[in-house]
Design a protein around this ligand. Structure first.
Ligand code: HMN
Length: 294
C-alpha cells in the first residue's frame, strides 16, 4: 500500500481553446506534476469535472494520463458516473490501461438506500481485479458514508481505502480506527491536510494540490518528520491561498487554471455551468501566484 501514500493531486480537466478535451494539454499537465515530485494522480474526479464530461471524453483523459505516466506515478481512476453501466465501462477501461486502483462516489441524483450504494460499488469492484477506494464526499453527493456500510465494504479484500472529503476531521479518525493498518485513509479537505494526517489519514488526495504542489509536499515533509510547528505554518499559507482562490467571481477551478497559466502551464478553462473568473478578479490571481512562489 506504500505506493498510495503521499501527495496525490486530483487531476484537472484539460481543454483546448474550443473547450474540447486536449491530448497535448493533458500530457503537459501530467509532465508538469511529475516534475513537481508528487506521488500519484487521482484522475476524473470532481476536479476532473467528471460530471460535465461524456464517457468518451473521460476515457480519453484516462488514456492520455496512462500513456504519459504509467509506471512513473500511482494512478487512480475515478469511475463514478450516473449509471452503474457507465461506471463499469470506465472501470474496465482503466484496468486495461494499467491503472493502479479505482475509486467512485456513491450514486448521484436519486436519494437511494444504502443497499443500492452497496450494490453500485460492489458491481464496479466485481468488474475488475483492481483495488478500490471508496469516495466519501457528502457535501456534493448528499450521502455520508456510514460505519456500517464502511465495515461491510471492507469485507471485500479489494477495498483498500477511503478518500474522505467530509469536513469533520474526526471522520478520518473513525475510519482509520475501524480500518486499521490494512486500509488507507486519504485526507480530502485540503484546508485540513495537516490535522487530517495527525488524526489518522495515511495520505492525501486534493483538488488544490496541483495549484501549489510545493506547499503540500513541504507540509507532508514536516508532518512526517514530526515538525508540527512548521507544518501548521504551511497549512495557514495554504488556507490563505485556498480562501483567496474561492473568493473570486468564478469557480475555484477556473481560478486555479488561471493561476496555472501564470505559473507557465495552459490547460484551458472550465466547462459550464462552472463559471470563469473574469475582469478585475483576474488580476487578483497574480497576487495569489506571488504568495505561492515566496
Ligand atoms: C476530487 O477531484 O474529487 C477532489 O479531490 C475533491 C476534494 O476532496 C476537494 N473537495 C471538494 O471539491 C468538495 C477538496 O480538495 C477541495 O477542493 C479543497 O479542500 C478546497 O476546498
Amino acid at each position: 500500500l506504500e505506493k498510495f501514500k503521499g501527495i496525490i493531486p486530483a487531476f484537472y480537466a484539460c481543454y483546448d481553446d474550443a473547450g474540447e478535451v486536449s491530448e497535448n494539454r493533458t500530457k503537459e499537465f501530467c509532465n508538469y506534476l511529475f516534475e513537481k515530485g508528487v506521488k500519484g494522480l487521482y484522475v476524473g474526479g470532481s476536479s476532473g469535472e467528471c460530471i460535465y464530461q461524456n464517457l468518451d471524453e473521460r476515457k480519453a483523459t484516462l488514456k492520455y494520463v496512462s500513456e504519459t505516466l504509467k509506471g512513473k506515478l500511482t494512478l487512480i481512476a475515478h469511475v463514478g458516473a450516473p449509471s452503474t453501466r457507465e461506471s463499469v465501462i470506465l472501470a474496465k477501461y482503466a484496468e486495461e490501461l494499467g491503472y493502479d486502483a479505482l475509486s467512485a462516489i456513491p450514486p448521484i441524483y436519486f436519494k437511494l438506500p444504502e443497499s443500492s450504494i452497496d450494490k453500485y460499488w460492489s458491481e464496479i469492484i466485481d468488474s475488475t481485479d483492481l483495488p478500490f477506494i471508496i469516495y466519501n464526499i457528502p457535501q456534493t453527493t448528499g450521502y455520508s458514508l456510514s460505519m456500517n456500510l464502511f465495515k461491510k465494504m471492507l469485507e471485500n479484500k479489494k477495498v483498500i481505502g477511503v478518500k474522505n472529503s467530509s469536513m469533520p476531521v474526526m471522520d478520518i479518525e473513525r475510519f482509520k480506527a475501524c480500518g486499521g493498518e490494512n486500509v488507507i485513509v486519504f485526507n480530502g479537505p485540503d484546508e485540513q491536510y495537516v490535522s487530517g494526517r495527525l488524526i489518522g489519514a495515511d495520505s492525501g488526495i486534493g483538488g488544490t494540490y496541483a495549484a501549489m504542489p510545493e506547499l503540500f509536499l513541504q507540509a507532508e515533509e514536516f508532518v512526517s518528520s514530526g515538525n508540527f510547528t512548521d507544518a501548521r505554518r504551511i497549512q495557514t499559507d495554504i488556507n490563505d491561498i485556498i480562501i483567496a482562490l474561492c473568493s473570486l467571481n468564478g469557480s475555484m477551478y477556473s481560478a486555479i487554471k488561471e493561476l496555472l497559466k501564470l505559473r507557465g502551464l495552459n490547460i484551458g478553462s472550465v466547462r459550464g455551468p462552472l463559471e470563469e473568473v473574469s475582469g478585475e478578479d483576474l488580476f487578483k490571481i497574480e497576487g495569489i501566484k506571488e504568495s505561492i512562489d515566496q
